[in-house]
Ligand binder design. Sequence first.
Ligand SMILES: NC(=O)c1ccc[n+]([C@@H]2O[C@H](COP(=O)([O-])OP(=O)(O)OC[C@H]3O[C@@H](n4cnc5c(N)ncnc54)[C@H](O)[C@@H]3O)[C@@H](O)[C@H]2O)c1
Length: 388
Amino acid sequence: MDKVILGIIGYGNMGSDHAKRITNGDIPRMKLGAICDIDKAKLEKAKAVLGEDVAYFENYKDMLASGKINAVLVATPHYLHPEMVIDSFKADMNVICEKPAGVYTKQVNEMNEAAKKYGKVFSMMYNQRTNPLYVKARELIQQGELGDLRRMVWIITNWFRTQAYYDSGTWRSTWSGEGGGALINQNPHQLDLWQWLCGMPKTIRSTCYYGKWHDIEVEDDVTVFAEYENGMTATYITSTGEAPGTNRLEITGTKGKIVIEGDSMKFWQNRVDDVTYCKTAKGGFGTPELWEIQVPVKKPAYLQHNGILKNFTDAVLDGAELIAPGEEGVLGLNISNAIHMSSWTGETVTLPVDPDKFYALLQEKIANSKVVKKEAKAVESVDMSSTF
Ligand SMILES: NC(=O)c1ccc[n+]([C@@H]2O[C@H](COP(=O)([O-])OP(=O)(O)OC[C@H]3O[C@@H](n4cnc5c(N)ncnc54)[C@H](O)[C@@H]3O)[C@@H](O)[C@H]2O)c1
């Protein structure tokens, strides 16, 4: 094989974006082979943009059996991700899955078992893992520059969404169509980065507000407190109903602190770690000598969505290591499911979540939903840039 020939399932906002990247030639050894969408209007739109070089399908199973592709990108609503990924493995395809990996860990665990069984190249579209700031922060943490991690505080409230946004797709913002709100739609990248940078917490307690700022049944305002086995704690706050919003991540360890806000990262380092200082200082109010260090942040070889597509291509063709192995999608989803479960039960949830218990609770939400399926209303534009 000298080219990855990709079939995209779902020609919506994201699927059409990915198609454009490939036909623009941004991914040198990747070719667009086929598009599948159940919506005929979307297929017509795709044909008008992409022309006759690409094959078109209404049923993804026909696309998988067509012999026109050797890899698949799943860009459909979240609930469909695991079954489409599994069917793609069965058809001998290498696969990229859009975030989130799925809606509940029970289905994602099955997807991961299939990944193990079929042994294909499997990547999550976790493009934020290529963001130079998070790449550098991870390097500093892993090389011990912060010492032992103590606390993570992430306020990410710059996800402001209007009612028109929520009314723009019939699957959006319902338990049956989307399986959640801010946690499952806007935050999967950050919930993944949380664990990618700091590791998995042991317990989670949360308060979620459902339809606090919008006419929706799912959460649009969330506060989380998490604890780690080693005593580290994490606080995570997110909202889609707050303007102006904030995106500020602070990670503190015994030797220093990182703050990422907007396009910049600040890094301070204690000359002596605070545990040693606390035990040895003679005075009562001093603090360790503190250095503010300018950390050079370089553009990585793989950047954002193009970077994940290139990395996937390199993995398929040359055996390169994946930036976001598909099997890791379950980690951020575990955090997401635990946050929901804690708010539904009022209990502290231990991770990993009990997959059957979460599934049963989600089914109750779906069964008790009062939402009458809305007719999708056109929205002027769905700006994808804030998710990049
Ligand atoms: N990585 C990112 O930065 C990023 C950004 C936005 C969205 N996403 C993810 O991409 C996925 C799609 O989101 P979107 O905003 O493009 O949604 P969308 O509603 O615009 O597009 C989804 C498309 O899937 C099609 N579809 C539904 N069921 C199908 C089926 N059975 N077979 C074939 N096609 C089917 C729909 O007709 C629609 O065209 C979501 O899971 C979302 O979380 C990722």
